[in-house]
Write a protein that binds this ligand. Sequence first.
Ligand code: NAG
Ligand code: NAG
Ligand code: NAG
Ligand code: NAG
Ligand code: NAG
Ligand code: NAG
Length: 738
Amino acid sequence: MTYRRLFVGSSCLAILISGGAFAAGTDFTQYVNVLFPGVVAAPFAMVKLGPDVQSGTKDAYSGYLPDGKVWGFSMMHESGTGGAPKYGVVSQMPVVGDVSNPLAELSQSRSAPDQGSIGSYMSSLANGVVVELSATEHAGLYRYTFPEEQTSSIVIDISHVLPSFRGLGWEQHYSGGNFSFYNDDHYEGSGTYNNGWNLSPDWTIYFCGTFSQAPSSLLTFKGEGTKLASYDSTTSVSGTERLGGVFTFNSSSIRSRVGVSFISSSKACQNLDNEILESTTLESLVDTAKKRWNAEVFSKIQISSTDVADLKLLYSSMLGMFIIPSNRSGENPGWSSDEPYYDDVFTFWDTHRCHTSLFHILQPVAYEEFIRSSIDIWRHDGFLPDARSSNFNGRVQGGSNADNVLADAYVKGVRGAIDWEDGFSAMVTDGETTPANNNDPKAPDSSTKEGRGALPDWLEYGYVTPRFSRAVSRAVEYSTNDFGLYQVAKGLGRQEDAEKYLNRSRYWRNHWDPDCTSNNHSGFVVPRLANGSFVPQDPLTCDGCYWDDVYYEDNAWVYSLNAIHDVATLKEYVGGDEMFADRINKLFDLNIFNAGNEPSFTSPYLYNFIPGMQYMSVRRSRQISKLYNSGTAGLPGNSDAGAMESNLLWHMIGLWPMTIGLGNGRTLAISAQSGNKDTAFYVQSLKVNGEPWDKAWLAWEDVFADGGSMEFVLGPDPMDWATGEPPPSPASGDLRLS
Ligand SMILES: *[C@@H]1O[C@H](CO)[C@@H](O)[C@H](O)[C@H]1NC(C)=O
Ligand SMILES: *[C@@H]1O[C@H](CO)[C@@H](O)[C@H](O)[C@H]1NC(C)=O
Ligand SMILES: *[C@@H]1O[C@H](CO)[C@@H](O)[C@H](O)[C@H]1NC(C)=O
Ligand SMILES: *[C@@H]1O[C@H](CO)[C@@H](O)[C@H](O)[C@H]1NC(C)=O
Ligand SMILES: *[C@@H]1O[C@H](CO)[C@@H](O)[C@H](O)[C@H]1NC(C)=O
Ligand SMILES: *[C@@H]1O[C@H](CO)[C@@H](O)[C@H](O)[C@H]1NC(C)=O
């Protein structure tokens, strides 16, 4: 059997989901809060244009912070990530009056809170300048309104890049650039940067820009720190120093157009010419952005609710989900290929549980391109990506979770132009080839760049010893990764491989110490030495839960429930249904469950494996969704590149994916009859495609492959309606494959 089931959580909304676009009509963008993440961007666009804000030593992950001073407006951002800020490059900063030293502090407070809606962004600065922004895939438009009768200046500083104040060695560095001004009043150049959370080597971005009128003066500058080495009318500067240009205008109203490219500055000029002309108005770009987001994204989920809070939450979440990854097809400097290219996968550790599955359903075309791109990255870089950004694969927190994403796509029938033989080979690289150590100071024992750093132990012992950092959490994830290899091997008719990887998918069991106890439970995944002995472990603690600890970002209580492909065995290990239910309850009662962190995302749905307890998944789902709202602080953790938003969306949809599947433009209509959405939310009965349904789970084919319907009747009291077949535990049965 394949592994593509969804659990019934709760649904208190009538909801319509489609992989294809609905007829135009409603403007859903009115419900979207763009201040989180605080950039303007087309769906999956390369350019994400927005303000860069300084506020003490707070890291501004996507540039925007609600409080603080604006120190530039830059073209490149990565939305919703943690770790440390990435990008914040190709910026410009408006200054009133002549600029005596462009290297000095030029930041400005805002005179009013920033405003924005899909396609447009506006900042009002204390110096009286109003900055309006809009963007296309590879270009941006700035519209400046300066105070009247004063000199208007715009500073372009190539060294501008988002800083990190965490002191963890993950800050970005500027390593040089160039800037040239041409007779026809356009300028071009490039900047080179490195590091950031994924420890990337130097990467270069090119830009090409022009203004709506000729400057009354142009000066270029160079210097170190705030000390100028040159500041004059030379038209070209280059080097490793801070450098750039200062444009001065005789007008209070100035438009600035900029194109970017990872290939060359002439490609940046071409991108600009293709997307934003001198005659293009900001209003027309905003109009196009709204039309695109409505047609390509928002209209794909429609709910019957007229509650504005529900609508804001839904559509703001969809913005967070589809602003990255970035479609950089045609913009890959690493190799030339006819395959699509997507960057800013940040990260599969965050997104593989529930983001990629919804990505597939709602954006099937982009999703197929994204899978092809991942395989092409393996072809040319040797490994599938994990937290790819600035064209560099790292950094890996747990397993090689691209394996789960590919398997999910495979079992849900995603085919198109994907070469699945290569896809499987890419997964086998993860499963069989130890990546070279990148000597990460945070975890020097093995690679954090790609693949499975702790693979040698996995292959030798069937578990990971503490000579490798994050030994237990990596092992638990390697099990699910190998389950992914099993699924694809089986589908491709590779029986021997399938048996091998199914066997390996059970290796999490080798970390199970039946004598490890906590809060009246015994049996947890714990560290294990090469000689076979378990290391004593308090399941409630994991020391720092970080890079060099045995569990990453969660403890043994959470990781012990993560063998979601092998639940029947897990249930047996913990002592049966009652003990299993009590374990899940304790995650909440003992405050272990963290709605803001991914390893426990699936735990509330494990009640579906216990006869008569489906209602508890509903109760937990309600509890968790209440932690979300559409404000700037509306997520219980950082967005993690849309993982949080997709988690919420599945809660709203009332299903939880255990692996991901194919959407082909059909519609799933979910309706719910309920007296009161706040008090009557327990499932009383369910019909699927018009027929009574007694299982707390669905297969992909039931409602997604060809579309379908789900009709819930909801009530105030739990009802034992899911009396049919329990959800499958595909890794728990006989090893012999049917
Ligand atoms: C600017 O730097 C880029 C990247 O290093 C290089 O390709 C280009 O030739 C340089 N241009 C000038 C004018 O120095
Ligand atoms: C600047 O503005 C003044 C007054 O409007 C005008 O006379 C002058 O020609 C302008 N100079 C340039 C370079 O545009
Ligand atoms: C990705 O970008 C390429 C190049 O711009 C474009 O041809 C393709 O249609 C884009 N994919 C999607 C899903 O928009
Ligand atoms: C499963 O893995 C174990 C441990 O590596 C090995 O001893 C056993 O032979 C394997 N079984 C099969 C059927 O491959
Ligand atoms: C553990 O069991 C004891 C005895 O039944 C009970 O008193 C205690 O409350 C339980 N503790 C927890 C955390 O469940
Ligand atoms: C394994 O090694 C540990 C640490 O050296 C030791 O305490 C333990 O007794 C050993 N176990 C076995 C089974 O030899």
